[in-house]
Design a protein around this ligand. Structure first.
Ligand SMILES: NC(=O)c1ccc[n+]([C@@H]2O[C@H](COP(=O)([O-])OP(=O)(O)OC[C@H]3O[C@@H](n4cnc5c(N)ncnc54)[C@H](OP(=O)(O)O)[C@@H]3O)[C@@H](O)[C@H]2O)c1
Length: 256
């Protein structure tokens, strides 16, 4: 049974991956993972491939056992997309420790666990797409934990890309700048002292995902969409982090 597995399928970038993979591929099933079952059911009605709704909270360890038990000897995972994630803004004291740990658990630990469980069911030409961010390129004060989780995803996925080359399994880390999604409903940006003056340029999930799938097919390790993010990538290599952090702080406003 050939399948695609997409976490974060209930909204934004994950949902867009579901739609574009559904349009491009003939699969036995597309597995949709996120907490909000109603949203997943709604998306499933729009798909041509058969789908499986899997309402899981990836902050709960038992969710991974549940996922693992669904995979069986005849399962071939053609795609796994790890798009579940969130980011809170704020300095070290403004984000409660519990929320900081949840960012690490979801953006890092859940992504690695989903990947480890899935790899044994993948074959040559199968694709792993990991959601990074433009924040992978350098440290970001006041968005520190989020950016640090994404830096982990970048390094982890790039090394995995090398490890899986002999098996022909593709690994791509997707690093967009700002993308118009529900992400901004969870940043708490208005409640903290410093937040971006504006979210610009704002890109569309359709374009980011279209480019990412093209890059994954070519087994590119890194997928970057848009001139602004490409510039950030280059500057991240050329300039010292101290200077980039200064430039980032210049893009923030102080909330009264
Ligand atoms: N939007 C941006 O500007 C941007 C830029 C760069 C990278 N990214 C990254 O792209 C990924 C997707 O974000 P998005 O922009 O599409 O935001 P989004 O619309 O808020 O989507 C986040 C997804 O994660 C799922 N999720 C959240 N908590 C979960 C949990 N505990 N268990 C399982 N699923 C959970 C949500 O579903 P439920 O609420 O239904 O569980 C939702 O489907 C994230 O990793 C984000 O960091 C976003």
């Amino acid at each position: 049974m050939k399948i695609a597995v997409i976490t974060g399928a209930s909204s934004g970038i994950g949902r867009e991956f579901v739609k574009q993979i559904d349009r491009a591929e003939q699969l036995d099933e597309i597995w949709l993972i996120a907490r909000r079952e109603d949203k997943l059911k709604q998306i499933a009605t729009e798909l041509k491939n058969k789908s499986r709704i899997i309402p899981l909270d990836l902050l709960k360890p038992e969710s991974f056992e549940e996922y693992k038990n669904m995979l069986c000897a005849d399962t071939e995972v053609r795609y796994v997309v790890n798009a579940s994630g969130f980011g809170n803004m704020g300095d070290w004291s403004e984000i409660p420790n519990e929320a900081q740990m949840q960012m690490i658990d979801l953006n890092v630990k859940a992504l690695v666990t989903m990947t480890n469980i899935t790899i044994p069911y993948m074959k040559k030409g199968s694709m792993i797409l990991q959601m990074g961010s433009a924040s992978v390129f350098n440290p970001l004060p006041y968005f520190n934990i989020y950016a640090s989780t994404k830096s982990f995803v970048r390094h982890y996925s790039r090394a995995l890309h090398e490890e899986l080359k002999p098996l022909g399994i593709h690994v791509t880390v997707v690093c967009p700048g700002w993308v118009r999604t529900e992400f901004f409903d969870h940043t708490n940006d208005s409640k903290v002292r410093y937040s971006p003056k504006k979210y610009s340029p704002m890109t569309d999930a359709k374009d980011v995902v279209c480019r990412a799938l093209r890059h994954a097919k070519r087994n590119k390790a890194l997928s970057i969409y848009g001139w602004f993010t490409k510039t950030q990538h280059v500057l991240g290599k050329l300039l010292p982090h101290s200077l980039i952090m200064k430039m980032w702080k210049g893009m923030l406003k102080e909330n009264k």
